[in-house]
Design a protein around this ligand. Structure first.
Ligand SMILES: Cc1cc2nc3c(=O)[nH]c(=O)nc-3n(C[C@H](O)[C@H](O)[C@H](O)COP(=O)(O)O)c2cc1C
Length: 203
């Protein structure tokens, strides 16, 4: 037996709660931007993923019109900082609805460092920064999806294993439903099966 949910019948907020409880775990883009007057802003966005490989594009969605979105529209750049486990409280604090013009780097006390290719600063203590130039935006109702071309990636040496980022060292947080967050649990490995190796494929 299954329980059925109709988005129309359930209504916006209840359906949003349902959707974000079943599309889990979601990686968290800790997005830094700057406003036209130079204020540095930082906010977590879990509606985030890779959209394209070549060109390399990532996307995040703003639900409603927030400072991150306004800054991206004004200045055309953003940085996706990986949200690491050891900054759990700080990441949550940057989701506070500070008044427009309040920069979360300063309000929360987050150390920054300059980016190489874009104006928004990186989070100094985050192990990964994807520096992005806005490619385009698409609106859906009150949400806006921002697509950014990744023009530079900076990875902390400490998380590299044989030159490759290692998930147990990255320790990314993930967003779950309600007020729940996740950490990386058991990591399993398995090789993709080529059809040539599929039982009976050569017969
Ligand atoms: C873990 C986490 C993930 C979030 N994901 C999103 C998201 O994907 N889209 C969004 O609009 N808001 C999201 N929020 C809420 C924003 O971070 C929050 O509204 C923030 O105040 C926006 O900041 P800004 O106005 O400086 O852009 C999230 C909050 C948390 C704690």
């Amino acid at each position: 037996m299954r329980v059925d949910f109709d988005p129309e019948a359930l209504g916006r907020n209840a359906f949003y709660k349902l959707l974000t409880s079943v599309v889990v775990p979601r990686p968290i883009a800790w997005v830094s931007t700057v406003s036209a007057d130079g204020t540095a802003n930082l906010a977590p966005h879990s509606f985030f993923t890779v959209s394209s490989v070549q060109p390399p594009i990532v996307q995040f969605s703003s639900v409603g019109r927030k400072d991150s979105l306004r800054n991206v529209e004004e200045t055309g750049e953003f940085v996706v900082n990986l949200a690491p486990e050891h900054l759990f409280e700080q990441i949550n604090a940057t989701a506070t609805d500070f008044p427009r013009g309040t920069g979360e780097f300063d309000a929360v006390g987050i150390a920054r460092e300059p980016s190489l290719r874009v104006k928004p600063p990186r989070v100094a203590d985050s192990p990964v920064a994807l520096e992005c130039v806005v490619h385009s935006t698409v609106g859906f109702g009150d949400s806006t999806v921002v697509f950014g071309r990744v023009v530079h990636v900076a990875v902390s040496e400490a998380v590299l294993d044989d030159g490759h980022p290692e998930v147990r060292r990255l320790r990314p947080l993930a967003r779950l439903g309600k007020d729940e967050w996740g950490t990386v649990g058991e990591v399993r490995e398995i090789k993709r099966i080529r059809f040539a190796d599929w039982p009976g494929s050569g017969e």
